[in-house]
Write a protein that binds this ligand. Structure first.
Ligand code: HEM
Length: 264
């Protein structure tokens, strides 16, 4: 190898070494800022839905009355959107990558169980309210989408536990289930968002239309407040940010790969 080639190679290696930490740092700062934003928005959603239920809905109780219904949106949003959403991204957090996988499996499964329990409790609230008010069960599109979401979630949790948690589960079962598990996980989140949007609309229509207060179509304060809870704009926005981060991280990994190949 000529002296000039050696100098060029060292220069290239030097520039790559300088690039690696700055790129990794940039993507990790971007990742953690978006993640913090997601957590804050999630908490804000729970706060808003609780304010809606207590200010316009009259508060909370567990006595088969309309006040018991008020737990339904709070528990569903907390369980199926906030806790579920955070449990789903546990493996994406860079600081977990170098730690014991089993610990993070426990955190993932534990958070998912908490989300499932909260949503089952949320369903109990609405079923009890229907029983107390003599309203038939499962008569709307919202109720069928909702009950299917929770059923698929429960199925996914049990299957995930059987496949990935017990060491005795065969390797072929784990590897063939993994893509299905990831796909089903995303579908449950989308179904949860659809359930929330339809639930908010239904509640506003029930509360505002057919009562003496201003109708929904005139967008009174309550309607504006509850509409601001709808997750699609936030979801889309966060989804786009998420894609951006993924692209950044993939680009960083590619560049690091190029650097290491060219250096060898
Ligand atoms: C992931 C979230 C949600 C799921 C899985 C879900 C699921 C369900 C289910 C299964 C029912 C039927 C209960 C029965 O028939 O006795 C129901 C009823 C109801 N939910 Fe939700 N819900 C969710 C979120 C919400 C939200 C955020 C609201 C907003 C207030 C809401 C409002 C209602 C209303 C008004 C009913 C009674 C009318 C009906 O049965 O359709 N839901 N929900």
């Amino acid at each position: 190898m000529t002296k000039q080639k050696v100098v060029e190679r060292v220069k290239r290696q030097d520039s790559c070494e300088g690039e690696k930490p700055s790129l990794a740092m940039r993507s990790s700062v971007l990742f953690y800022s978006t993640y913090t934003l997601c957590v804050c928005l999630g908490l804000l959603c729970v706060l808003f839905v609780s304010c809606w239920s207590s200010h316009w809905g009259g508060g909370f109780a567990w006595d088969y009355s309309a006040l018991q219904f008020n737990w339904h949106p709070v528990l569903m949003v907390s369980g199926l959107v906030v806790v579920y959403g955070n449990a789903a991204v546990v493996y994406r957090l860079p600081f977990t990558w170098k730690q014991n996988k089993r610990t993070w499996k426990l955190v993932h499964a534990g958070l998912m169980l908490l989300g499932l329990l909260l949503s089952v409790l949320g369903l109990c609230a609405v079923f009890d309210y229907h029983k107390g008010a003599n309203i038939p069960d499962l008569y709307s599109l919202h109720s069928w989408v909702g009950i299917s979401t929770v059923a698929v979630f429960a199925f996914q949790w049990i299957l995930g536990l059987a496949a990935f948690f017990f060491p005795c589960s065969p390797l072929w079962f784990r590897s063939s289930l993994k893509p299905v598990h990831v796909w089903l996980g995303k579908s449950i989140l989308i179904l949860s968002l659809i359930s929330c949007i339809s639930g908010i609309t239904e509640k506003l229509l029930f509360t505002l239309n057919g009562s003496s207060v201003e109708p929904y179509s005139s967008l009174p304060v309550q309607a504006k407040f509850a509409n601001s809870l709808r997750p699609p704009p936030r979801g889309l926005w966060l989804g786009r940010l998420w894609n951006l981060i993924q692209q950044q991280m993939a680009a960083a990994r590619n560049r690091q790969g190029t650097c290491s190949t060219s250096a060898h």
